[in-house]
Structures are given as structure tokens and as C-alpha cells.
Design a protein around this ligand. Structure first.
Ligand SMILES: CC(C)(COP(=O)(O)OP(=O)(O)OC[C@H]1O[C@@H](n2cnc3c(N)ncnc32)[C@H](O)[C@@H]1OP(=O)(O)O)[C@@H](O)C(=O)NCCC(=O)NCCS
Length: 167
């Protein structure tokens, strides 16, 4: 592959909507919940592009074809990677690392102290990659309390500060 990363262009919309669908599918698979993301998850890209903290979107391309997508959010002292996704069938070949390196360089331009990324706790593989790539400090932790019966089969096996948690 001769992969490069370039800024998102209007003509990338459909390919990137599909990548958003792929990202949603990953979450549906992780939680065994086909409803995640609603009827038209690709449309979330359109909403993302309108976010006030939107700071850029970049695509990984090879031979004119798009293989991955990464975005950056920026507000005040905060920068966050959102989203990051590589096409199924092309994962674990270094494309995600390419995208992450690129967005880290873009985030550095804001001269803030930290760049964050917020994988769901069950996304063990993605988390392993992010920790390997330097995201090895924990900021806020989002704890959830179920307010109504949930379809999600929460798993045991995570502890933090000695507390048993489900993820
Ligand atoms: C997470 C994701 C973006 C990573 O992209 P990728 O192209 O698969 O990752 P890479 O091939 O660049 O991997 C980079 C590093 O992580 C390691 N890695 C890759 N897959 C891994 C896995 N399943 N478990 C542990 N480490 C892994 C690689 O060894 C590599 O390390 P190295 O450079 O030292 O060899 C991609 O897998 C993806 O799109 N997943 C589905 C969507 C998703 O979960 N996005 C994250 C939401 S926050």
C-alpha cells in the first residue's frame, strides 16, 4: 500500500458516511445491540460536520480509494480524537496508526496540554492500540447507572481503584 492522509473534501461524503456505518457496526457487534446508531447511522457524519467544536477531518487514501477516517474536536483547552475508523478487512495493517499520527500532529497546533480519545470500555482492541500509541493516562471516567431494564449483557471483569465494574 502507498497510503497517504489528506483533508476531507466534499466528494468524500458518501465514503465517509459508510465509514461511520462501519464504526456503528463495531459498536453494535460489541454490545450485541443492532439498534445502536438508529436507522441511518451514516447521517451522524453530517451532524458531526456541524458541531461547533469540529476542528477537522482527514481520510487515509490509496489509489484514490478511502480506507479510513479520523477527526479532531477542539474547544478551549480540550482536544479530542473523534471519530477514528478503518474499513473492515483493512484493519491491523497500520492504517489506524497512520491516521492517529496525523491527528496528533494536527492537535499539537492548538498548543494544549493533552489530546484525548474516548473508546467505549468494551472496545478492548482499540484501547490496546491507543494505549500503545501513548494514550496511557486516564482523565474522567464515565460511570453509568441503569435507570430502566437494559438489553445489553454487561460483562464482569473490570476493576478500578479496587472496585468491581461491569463493562
Ligand atoms: C481501532 C482502529 C481505528 C485501529 O486501526 P487499525 O488500522 O486496525 O490499527 P493499526 O493496524 O494501525 O494498529 C496500530 C497498532 O495497534 C496494534 N494492533 C492492531 N490491532 C490490534 C488488536 N486487535 N489488538 C491489539 N493491538 C492491535 C498493532 O500491532 C499496531 O502496533 P504496531 O504499530 O506497534 O505494530 C480500527 O481497528 C477500527 O476501525 N476499529 C473499528 C472502529 C473502532 O473501534 N474505532 C475506535 C473508536 S474509539
Amino acid at each position: 500500500m502507498s497510503l497517504s492522509v489528506r483533508a476531507y473534501e466534499d466528494g468524500d461524503l458518501e465514503a465517509c458516511r459508510q465509514l461511520w456505518v462501519d464504526l456503528t457496526q463495531r459498536h453494535r457487534d460489541l454490545y450485541d445491540s443492532p439498534d445502536i446508531g438508529g436507522d441511518d447511522p451514516g447521517k451522524q457524519l453530517d451532524e458531526h460536520l456541524r458541531r461547533p467544536d469540529f476542528a477537522g477531518l482527514w481520510v487515509a487514501v490509496d489509489g484514490g480509494e478511502i480506507f479510513g477516517l479520523v477527526g479532531l474536536l477542539h474547544s478551549g483547552e480540550e482536544t479530542e480524537v473523534e471519530p477514528i475508523v478503518v474499513r473492515p478487512g483493512h484493519r491491523s495493517r497500520g492504517i489506524g496508526k497512520h491516521l492517529l499520527d496525523h491527528v496528533c500532529a494536527e492537535a499539537a497546533k492548538y498548543e494544549v496540554g493533552y489530546l484525548s480519545i474516548r473508546p467505549v470500555a468494551r472496545n478492548v482492541e482499540a484501547m490496546a492500540m491507543f494505549v500503545n500509541e501513548g494514550f496511557d493516562r486516564v482523565g474522567h471516567v464515565q460511570l453509568l447507572k441503569a435507570l430502566k431494564p437494559t438489553q445489553i449483557p454487561w460483562r464482569d471483569g473490570m476493576t478500578m481503584h479496587g472496585k468491581k465494574l461491569r463493562f
